[in-house]
Design a protein around this ligand. Structure first.
Ligand code: NAP
Length: 283
């Protein structure tokens, strides 16, 4: 019986997945290890061979979420829509791949009683996380999703993907010109760029924060620091704030549930993340 899980990526120095999943496995009474599988591009082929022989499942992180696709025997619709795999289950030598980022994000909203149905979203950034979140929001029947990013081509490509996934309308906006716009029409604004992430936590996108209105929600996918400058601007105006910690937690919970087909021990996983982030804050 295989008794190993892990995370494949490079580098993996600061990944919080091991502490979160070790706590979850322990709370569920499962005698399984969760390893860091650090492999550079030259080592990837051999690492994949080893994983297939000895692991029952694994997570995938930067830089392999897209590159892993050719190895996957069966790709779940969420992963196909996101264009990336972050969770793999190994079943009789076959690799079954899904993507839990978008589902994790949706769960982080719904656990707070926020339903994306009929809401108007603005997503800042058009990278991997933006794609995972945006495709999930389309599936959850968001009314519209505008994308603001630096590169027009990337933004338009993502809008085309969203049009294939579902019917939410949306436009691309140039992030450089956003400072002159009015953001009051959006229900939820999501920062899916790394701007403001530690150690550069003084950074903030140049946005027209004064156009925000009461009742809006600001969501930052960043979890370190827990309150970015983007979120601080929302706090100063009394808006609802969501940081990236719940997305991290729930994408991990969705991975656990994909591997074991039973509910994840959320509280233990959350506590492990809180503890680890507390330690990092002190460093
Ligand atoms: P990514 O694929 O590299 O995409 C980053 C996006 O941000 C791209 O659109 C990029 O624009 C834009 N960007 C980067 N630097 C910028 C700057 N200085 N000004 C304006 N835009 C900038 O990264 P990702 O995987 O999507 O991750 C994005 C963020 O989400 C990171 O902070 C990551 O930690 C966070 N995240 C959180 C979770 C979670 O569970 N909470 C999960 C995944 C990701 P260009 O294309 O023009 O470079």
């Amino acid at each position: 019986m295989k008794n190993k899980l892990g995370i494949l990526g490079y580098p993996l120095g600061h990944s919080l997945s091991p502490v979160m999943h070790e706590a979850g496995l322990k709370a569920a009474g499962m005698d399984l290890s969760y390893d860091k599988i650090e492999a550079n591009y030259y080592e990837l082929q051999e690492a994949m061979h080893h994983i297939k022989e000895t692991y029952l499942g694994f997570n995938v992180t930067i830089p392999y979420k897209e590159k892993i696709m050719p190895w996957i025997d069966q790709v779940w619709p969420e992963a196909r829509a996101a264009g990336a795999v972050n969770t793999v289950r190994i079943d009789k030598g076959r690799l079954l791949g899904t993507n839990t980022d978008g589902k994790g994000y949706l769960r982080s909203l719904r656990e707070r009683g926020i339903d994306p149905l009929g809401r108007r979203f603005l997503i800042l950034g058009s990278g991997g996380a933006a794609r995972g979140v945006a495709t999930a929001l389309v599936s959850a029947k968001a009314a519209s999703i505008d994308l603001a990013s630096r590169k027009k081509n990337k933004g338009h490509n993502l809008l085309e993907i969203l049009a294939v996934v579902g019917s939410a309308g949306g436009s691309w906006l140039d992030l450089k010109t956003l400072a002159d716009k009015d953001l009051s029409a959006y229900d939820i604004i999501i920062n899916a760029t790394p701007v403001g992430m530690a150690p550069r936590d003084k950074d903030c996108l140049d946005l027209p924060f004064d156009s925000l209105r009461k009742g809006q929600i600001l969501s930052d996918l960043i979890y370190q620091p827990r309150q970015t400058r983007f979120l601080q601007e929302g706090q100063a105006r009394g808006l609802t704030l969501i940081n990236g910690l719940d997305m991290l937690l729930y994408q991990g919970a969705e991975s656990f549930e994909f591997w074991f087909d039973q509910p994840a021990p959320i509280q233990a996983m959350r506590q492990a993340l809180e503890d680890r982030l507390g330690e990092l804050d002190e460093d």
